[in-house]
Design a protein around this ligand. Structure first.
Ligand SMILES: Nc1ncnc2c1ncn2[C@@H]1O[C@H](COP(=O)(O)OP(=O)(O)OP(=O)(O)O)[C@@H](O)[C@H]1O
Ligand SMILES: [Mg+2]
Length: 285
């Protein structure tokens, strides 16, 4: 089983929407999918539940951190749903090591039962995010194309608790950053300028696709995505032409991310090096 965590300390950037699309996409590819929602807001749980395609575990997600050996249904698409207790875990620091160890033990126990585990996280850099990142194989960071988000890339890499560099060097050397995925991209001059800035500063951690250099995976802003998320629909099965058009645009990113996860092949071979004076050292070691 390969475990992919959706993480970005910025709220509302599309983590849950990307997690949901990926969950359905991995199913479309025939994978056995375990979906874990570590955000008490439940924006990964709700659309999956509404889709009626998942077996919903009786144990809530907080139990994966607080209990040893939680039991989940025997099915090929299982959701361990968000619950309120998730938000209280940070306030129990003496148990944080246990929380991380329980989640690690659970994921290990699921290794042969699923092909892919997707973990959606809350935007706070708390024990839930740490526990997920220390046990995961991959992390993917959706970001929006605004100045605040670009400034936030530094924290994503270097945050003292949950920065990808910190986690890979101290706690989980196998964690691989698939990359930054610009989402809700709009074709306006403002976003185009920010995209250029992103490429200039951070191209080693964008997600390349296709044979041409400079082609990086992204997702456009399309109302059909929000609608699918709200209604629990599968984007490519929606009747509207707009939804199918949106899927055609989004599929490119899904293909390259799924390939990185399933093949275990990094999309990036380049370490994160300083570009234009940006202060970013290698992610690993
Ligand atoms: N590509 C897209 N096009 C249009 N709307 C989108 C797109 N991606 C996400 N959205 C919508 O934007 C809103 C925020 O997305 P989402 O909930 O996935 O963000 P998030 O990063 O998980 O937020 P949080 O940090 O609160 O967990 C949702 O209403 C979602 O449906
Ligand atoms: Mg979310």
């Amino acid at each position: 089983m390969k475990t992919l965590v959706l993480a970005n300390q910025k709220g509302g950037v599309g983590k849950s929407a990307v997690a949901t699309l990926l969950a359905h996409y991995f199913r479309k590819l025939g994978c056995r999918v375990l979906a874990i929602d570590l955000d008490h807001q439940g924006n990964f749980s709700d659309p999956l539940r509404k889709s009626q395609r998942v077996a919903v575990a009786e144990v809530p997600a907080s139990a994966l951190l607080t209990q040893a050996n939680p039991v989940i249904p025997a099915a090929d698409f299982v959701l361990v749903p968000a619950d309120r207790d998730l938000s209280g875990l940070e306030r129990q620091p003496s148990l944080h090591n246990d929380f991380a160890n329980h989640l690690r033990g659970f994921l290990k126990a699921m290794d042969a039962r699923f092909d892919v585990c997707l973990i959606d996280t809350n935007p706070n850099p708390d024990i839930r995010m740490i526990a997920a990142l220390v046990s995961a194989d991959f992390v993917l960071s959706p970001i929006q194309l605004n100045q605040e988000a670009l400034d936030g890339v530094h924290a994503l890499l270097n945050h003292p608790r949950v920065g990808v560099r910190k986690i890979t060097s101290m706690l989980n050397p196998k964690l691989h950053l698939i990359g930054l995925l610009p989402v809700m991209v709009e074709a306006n001059p403002f976003q185009r300028e920010n995209f250029l800035q992103l490429v200039q500063k951070f191209h080693p951690i964008l997600i390349p696709y296709g044979p041409k250099p400079g082609q990086y995976a992204s997702m456009p802003r399309r109302s059909a995505v929000a609608e699918a998320q709200a209604e629990g629909l599968v984007l490519w099965e929606m009747k509207k032409t707009a939804a199918r058009d949106a899927w055609r645009e989004i599929e490119v990113a899904m293909v390259v991310i799924a390939k990185a996860v399933l093949d275990g092949v990094p999309t990036q071979t380049t370490p994160i090096t300083p570009i234009n004076g940006a202060d970013h050292g290698p992610v690993a070691g």
